[in-house]
Design a protein around this ligand. Sequence first.
Ligand code: CMX
Length: 130
Amino acid sequence: MRLHHVGVAVDDMDRAIEMYQDLFGAELVYRAASESEGLEAAFLRAGPSEIELLHPTREDSAVGKFIAKRGPGLHHLAYAVGDIDGALAEARAAGLQLIDETPRQGLHGTRIAFIHPKSVGGVLTELVEA
Ligand code: CMX
């Protein structure tokens, strides 16, 4: 297991990208948007891991609700797994509450699945097949 990326909810995408570039020397590698998730995302390389900046395009989206409730800040941790079907089966067998019962296509073109924060000590957790 290795940390794949850290998801951070932001209220101003362009300002957040600038901040990570200027303060930490992170490199913008990819930007994407999802109409169905009401989300735009920017991936910045930070050493061997990435930071995923998340900005809601709709108030009723997952990130929109998160920002309304908690404000901008840390949103999720994502771990790289070689076999996401196997990892999900193990998570299910361990009694974790799966948000995605089966893997789905993530914004980065990889297969992903989320595990509910209530099962992981309050941390929304994502598995990424990578
Ligand atoms: N981290 C920790 N806790 C969170 C959370 C987060 N990111 N988002 C919500 N919660 C908590 C809330 O604080 C709330 O806790 P309490 O019951 O103690 O108040 C509880 O979860 C329920 O929150 P809610 O606002 O009612 O939201 P929902 O139950 O409707 O949804 C969740 C919560 C996690 C199931 C939903 O956000 C989800 O399905 N997330 C996965 C998808 C996602 O986050 N997509 C955006 C990123 C996409 C990507 O990176 O590709």
